[in-house]
Write a protein that binds this ligand. Structure first.
Ligand SMILES: [Zn+2]
Length: 322
């Protein structure tokens, strides 16, 4: 007897993956998609929380202004799914938001505003606005500190590679002696082995900034692993699990289970993404790109549909004000 094998692709397709194509093409479907993600089966009023609400019927001439509103019977407020989310104050159609979320969540290296501009027909400015809000939605706001075995390291990213200008650091006490490039920005990152990564953009590499970043992101119960940078020595003493370092200077990259290979792997993903996809990233927005890379890393074990669900959930309840 032969039994038909269940289709693997079909099996893995979540509800989101099934709904996305239509939501990227049709405004009504896009709004309903976002409403479903936000409220599930019980839409409620963002002002008072009442579930005694109803959908307004379409009217008015301006499509972007009049459609898809809800009215609350308790507080009489009029709202749409955008209210109180990163979509608020934006006239960009919801279907473009859906498309950009999907593009950002289903590609390994991320998607640039240029690409969104080409594929949606939005202006570059609008596409950039949209992508920054998506990155904001991806930001980890849990505030949970890393525990267990934690690797920490710092690197320099950003700037246009062709504008590289060599500059040796001043060599003042506490400063890093490595060569760096004027337009690059220091980034600190820490990763829990087998778990989450967190990042911090720091003004410069010194013991004070690294100490602050470490204590903000890593629980003192952790076992800390770093390279031989002297900036980590003092703060390392606070860790109950101990602080161990690998002397990269002597080309030693592992001492038993002590390595920083996991965090360096994350940095290489970031660099490939920055130079390959985004090309030039301004200092001002670098932390948003880092949030996006961290989000993608932290959701590496889930499928694209689940990743999109998490990102869209992050969009709800957050508002970006420049
Ligand atoms: Zn209400």
């Amino acid at each position: 007897m032969t039994r038909k094998k269940p289709c693997k692709v079909g099996q893995n397709k979540s509800e989101i993956v099934r709904d996305v194509p239509l939501a990227c093409a049709d405004e009504q479907a896009a709004v309903e998609f976002m409403e479903k993600r936000r409220w599930g089966d019980s839409p409620c009023c963002p002002c008072c929380g009442s579930v005694d609400v109803y959908k307004m019927t379409k009217r008015g001439s301006d499509e972007r202004e009049q459609h898809f509103r809800w009215r609350c019977r308790d507080c009489a407020s009029l709202y749409s799914v955008r209210k109180g989310t990163v979509f608020e104050d934006s006239r960009i159609p919801m279907r473009h938001w859906c498309f950009a979320f999907w593009a950002a969540c289903s590609s390994k290296k991320g998607v640039s505003a240029k690409q969104i501009e080409r594929q949606t027909g939005l202006s570059y400015k609008s596409a950039l606005f949209l992508m920054h809000r998506i990155r904001f939605a991806m930001q980890d706001t849990s505030g949970d500190k890393l525990t267990g075995v934690v690797e920490a390291d710092e690197t320099f990213v950003g700037g246009k590679p062709r504008n590289k200008t060599k500059q040796i650091d001043s060599g003042k006490p506490g400063s890093s002696h490595r060569t760096r490039y004027t337009r690059k920005t220091p980034v600190f990152a820490a990763v829990e082995r087998g778990g989450r990564v967190v990042t911090r953009v720091i003004p410069r590499v010194n013991a004070k900034n690294l100490r602050q970043a470490i204590l903000d992101t890593i629980d003192v119960s952790a076992r800390l692993m770093t390279d031989e940078n002297v900036c980590y020595v003092v703060v390392g003493k606070q860790f109950e699990g101990g602080h161990e370092s690998v002397p990269h200077k002597n080309h030693v990259y592992a001492k038993g289970d002590v390595t920083t290979n996991t965090i360096e792997g994350f940095f290489s993903l970031v660099k490939r993404g920055i130079y390959g996809t985004f090309h030039a990233v301004s200092k001002k927005h670098l932390h948003r790109y880092m949030d996006e890379f961290a989000f993608r890393y932290n959701t590496r074990k889930v499928d694209d549909g689940e990743r999109m669900r998490l990102a869209v959930e992050g969009a709800v309840g957050k508002r970006l004000v420049y």
